[in-house]
Design a protein around this ligand. Sequence first.
Ligand code: PXL
Length: 276
Amino acid sequence: MQNLLKCAVINDLSGFGRCSLTVALPVISALGIQACPVPTAILSNHTGYDDFYFEDYSDRMKLYYDKWEALNLHFNSIYTGFLGSEKQVSLILDFISRFKRDDTLLFVDPVMGDNGKRYTTCDENLCNRMRELVARADIITPNLTEACILSDTPYIEDVTLDHHDQIFEIGEKLLALGPKTVVITGIRTNGIMYNFVRSRENDERFCTSSPFVAQEYCGTGDLFASLLCGYLTLGVPHKEALEKTQNILSKALYHSHNMGVPPLDGVAFEPFLKEL
Ligand code: PXL
């Protein structure tokens, strides 16, 4: 009983379009970890579609996790993703003060935007307050858009190899905000996808790479973060966890592309759950 791992997943529930909780829960469960959701918002479908129903869950979250505190729950990891409002930063900091122990991994995916643009639900105040959460994290996994917002750097449109030093500098700025490890994800350069890692742990600074798979899919960042969070919760070291994450992600992307899955519908990861 003692050894069973638990991960609290603070993210939105989007009914259609694989992202956030509909990705995190199956992936983390398939890795043998109990996945415990705290919804931040409920949507009919993610915000990439032309229209969606959106209900902010901020006013209910405390009522929800108060009961968890009464049950004296603690978690081996806390994974935060999409936030429905700025107020949720305070709620998550409160959640951390109640449920994080010294050995709990705090994994923050600062979901704010993509392709140089903020998501429609993410205003400037939310972006600013996201830094408070980032400061507390063991690991953050921004894409380039989010890394630029957090570090107050202009977005780099078409990344070439010449930009790579600049991206490591952005990683340095993000590390200075307080997290222990920064992974800037999904940097496409000349047909290769790179992840840039900068960590206080062993003073690490390295890139991982994998071939770009023909098509970009919504929710790719969520699949990446869910896999990585799961492997790190299991105690897999950074580099190996990233390799395992990238391996499954590439297979799921190839499969989605081959099956003609519409990019908005997200990465079809389901056939690969049994490989985890
Ligand atoms: O995949 C990031 C994400 C998460 N949650 C919601 C989103 C998006 C991206 O569009 O709309 C609701």
